[in-house]
Design a protein. Structure first.
Length: 93
Protein backbone atom coordinates (compact mmCIF):
# COMPACT_ATOMS: atom_id res chain seq x y z
CA UNK A 1 0.00 0.00 0.00
CA UNK A 2 1.38 3.41 -0.99
CA UNK A 3 0.42 6.61 0.82
CA UNK A 4 1.96 8.94 -1.76
CA UNK A 5 -0.24 10.61 -4.37
CA UNK A 6 -0.07 9.34 -7.92
CA UNK A 7 2.39 11.46 -9.88
CA UNK A 8 1.15 12.37 -13.35
CA UNK A 9 2.38 14.82 -15.92
CA UNK A 10 0.87 18.29 -15.94
CA UNK A 11 -1.61 19.25 -18.62
CA UNK A 12 -0.35 21.68 -21.25
CA UNK A 13 -2.48 24.65 -20.33
CA UNK A 14 -1.88 28.07 -18.90
CA UNK A 15 -3.63 28.44 -15.54
CA UNK A 16 -1.37 31.14 -14.14
CA UNK A 17 -1.50 33.79 -16.87
CA UNK A 18 2.05 33.25 -18.10
CA UNK A 19 0.97 33.66 -21.72
CA UNK A 20 -0.44 37.10 -20.94
CA UNK A 21 2.64 38.11 -18.94
CA UNK A 22 4.82 37.34 -21.96
CA UNK A 23 2.50 39.50 -24.08
CA UNK A 24 2.72 42.32 -21.55
CA UNK A 25 6.51 42.10 -21.42
CA UNK A 26 6.69 42.19 -25.22
CA UNK A 27 4.38 45.23 -25.23
CA UNK A 28 6.77 47.02 -22.84
CA UNK A 29 9.41 46.83 -25.57
CA UNK A 30 7.32 48.91 -28.00
CA UNK A 31 8.45 52.46 -28.61
CA UNK A 32 6.78 55.08 -26.41
CA UNK A 33 5.75 58.57 -27.42
CA UNK A 34 8.34 60.39 -25.29
CA UNK A 35 10.57 57.53 -24.14
CA UNK A 36 12.30 54.60 -25.76
CA UNK A 37 9.79 52.05 -24.34
CA UNK A 38 6.22 52.10 -23.05
CA UNK A 39 5.45 52.67 -19.38
CA UNK A 40 3.17 50.73 -17.01
CA UNK A 41 0.21 53.11 -17.43
CA UNK A 42 0.15 52.44 -21.16
CA UNK A 43 0.47 48.66 -20.86
CA UNK A 44 -1.93 47.98 -17.96
CA UNK A 45 -4.91 48.21 -20.32
CA UNK A 46 -3.98 44.78 -21.72
CA UNK A 47 -5.06 43.26 -18.41
CA UNK A 48 -8.53 44.79 -18.50
CA UNK A 49 -8.96 43.88 -22.18
CA UNK A 50 -8.06 40.26 -21.41
CA UNK A 51 -10.42 40.22 -18.44
CA UNK A 52 -13.32 41.56 -20.53
CA UNK A 53 -12.71 38.88 -23.15
CA UNK A 54 -12.50 36.21 -20.43
CA UNK A 55 -15.85 37.12 -18.87
CA UNK A 56 -17.64 37.17 -22.23
CA UNK A 57 -16.34 33.75 -23.30
CA UNK A 58 -17.63 30.28 -22.48
CA UNK A 59 -14.50 29.53 -20.43
CA UNK A 60 -15.85 31.75 -17.63
CA UNK A 61 -18.20 28.92 -16.69
CA UNK A 62 -15.31 27.06 -15.04
CA UNK A 63 -14.94 28.27 -11.49
CA UNK A 64 -12.72 28.36 -8.45
CA UNK A 65 -12.92 30.53 -5.33
CA UNK A 66 -10.67 33.54 -4.96
CA UNK A 67 -10.48 35.85 -1.96
CA UNK A 68 -8.83 39.18 -2.78
CA UNK A 69 -9.25 40.99 0.53
CA UNK A 70 -11.55 40.94 3.53
CA UNK A 71 -14.38 42.72 1.71
CA UNK A 72 -14.56 40.85 -1.58
CA UNK A 73 -14.84 37.21 -2.57
CA UNK A 74 -15.08 36.23 -6.22
CA UNK A 75 -15.65 32.92 -7.96
CA UNK A 76 -13.46 32.66 -11.04
CA UNK A 77 -10.81 30.59 -12.75
CA UNK A 78 -9.37 33.53 -14.67
CA UNK A 79 -5.56 33.34 -14.65
CA UNK A 80 -5.34 37.08 -14.01
CA UNK A 81 -6.35 36.45 -10.41
CA UNK A 82 -3.75 33.78 -9.74
CA UNK A 83 -1.26 34.59 -7.03
CA UNK A 84 1.58 34.32 -9.54
CA UNK A 85 0.03 36.93 -11.86
CA UNK A 86 -0.73 39.28 -8.96
CA UNK A 87 2.95 39.14 -7.95
CA UNK A 88 3.95 39.81 -11.55
CA UNK A 89 1.78 42.94 -11.74
CA UNK A 90 3.14 44.24 -8.42
CA UNK A 91 6.66 43.58 -9.66
CA UNK A 92 6.31 45.46 -12.95
CA UNK A 93 4.43 48.33 -11.33
Amino acid sequence: MCFLPVMRSFALEDKRGIELTVGILLRFLDKGRHQSTLQFDQVKNLRSAYLNCWYTSKVTLTTCVMVRNTRMTDVTSCPLFSLWFEWFIVGIH
